[in-house]
Ligand binder design. Structure first.
Ligand SMILES: [Zn+2]
Ligand SMILES: [Zn+2]
Length: 317
């Protein structure tokens, strides 16, 4: 830190320096992203020499650690997370339910594998897809956005969500993208809705003109209690009636396909309730895209869907 500059000022200056480096920040994201991040040719060499000098100067002047693994960061970025941590956030592999995305350990012989729950009762949504398992670095990155309020994290999470949306293929080419809303008290407290930030970033990375972000469609009229320790049925009761369609004219007879976006899919109670009220308002098909999903193997220690600020908030401050 520069002597005489407080931590906050130091961070602000760092962000300002970094804003000219957005293309690099963009290119450092999710695994497999091999896009070129720098210019080529003579002018490019001078500029990269300058970049390298600037990077090491700023790294010396403004030392900072990765907020996930605490390793020193060696280059300027608006997102204080190292490449190693980002590269470990991998997509879900293995067999999952074709409808809700839950992990399947004992598949039945069928083309479309279904989990036990979807086999018993069809959810209100057509299909839910998540990018990664809600654990490890991905969970921490989501917490960094939500509780640490590190807004640039939405860019990386948005690129993951863009991959999820691509996964719907030709099934979902047009419609409205509706972020799961926060209750107004939570929105005031946090200052932004993480689902909306992620959805916005995802749409920037997609070439799907038919999909439009639509905020203000859903309203969360009651702050739901913590879901910790509740059974699946109790979770459904807990969110029942928590959402209303605030702009019914945007659904009935107009937008038949809706893509719900949230950061995490825990049990599906929240998105299931959102899908139910959207369908009541006239939506034909509701799809669900989330960055992360709680999978069976990890369910025992996963955070609840409506978790309050975690006790480890200090770690993100
Ligand atoms: Zn790291
Ligand atoms: Zn399922």
């Amino acid at each position: 830190m520069i002597p005489g500059i407080s931590g906050r000022e130091c961070w602000t200056r760092r962000a300002v320096f970094s804003s000219s480096d957005l293309s690099r920040a963009k290119g450092q994201g999710i695994p497999g992203d091999t896009r070129s991040t720098g210019p080529v040719g003579g002018r490019g060499r001078v500029s990269s020499l300058f970049d390298a000098a600037a990077q090491s100067l700023f790294a010396t002047l403004l030392p900072s650690d990765c907020r996930l693994c605490q390793a020193p960061l060696t280059r300027i970025s608006r997102l204080p997370v190292c490449d190693h941590c980002l590269s470990r956030m991998e997509p879900i592999r293995g067999l999952v339910c074709a409808v809700c995305g839950e992990r399947i350990f004992t598949p039945h012989a069928e083309v479309q594998p279904l989990c036990g729950e979807c086999r018993m009762t069809a959810p209100q949504f057509v299909r839910a897809i998540a990018y990664g398992s809600y654990d490890g670095g991905l969970r921490e990155l989501i917490h960094l956005l939500k509780y640490g309020r590190v807004r640039p994290a939405a860019g990386v999470l948005g690129r993951m969500l863009a991959e999820v949306i691509q996964g719907f293929g030709s099934e979902l080419l047009s419609g409205i993208v509706v972020p799961v809303p926060l209750h107004s008290s939570k929105l005031r407290q946090r200052g932004f809705n993480q689902a909306e930030e992620i959805a916005r970033a995802a749409l920037k990375n997609l070439n799907r003109g038919g999909l439009k972000l639509a905020t203000g469609i859903l309203d969360r009229k009651r702050a739901t209690e913590s879901q910790t320790g509740l059974s699946d049925h109790q979770r459904q009761q807990n969110v029942r009636g928590a959402f209303v369609v605030a702009a019914p004219g945007e659904i009935a007879g107009k937008n038949k396909d809706v893509l719900l976006v949230d950061d995490v899919f825990t049990t599906g109670a929240t998105v299931g309730e959102c899908a139910r009220v959207l369908r009541r308002a006239g939506a034909d098909r509701v799809f669900v895209a989330t960055v992360a999903r709680v999978l069976k193997a990890e369910a025992a220690w996963a955070a609840p869907e409506e978790i309050e600020e975690p006790r480890t908030l200090k770690a993100y401050a």
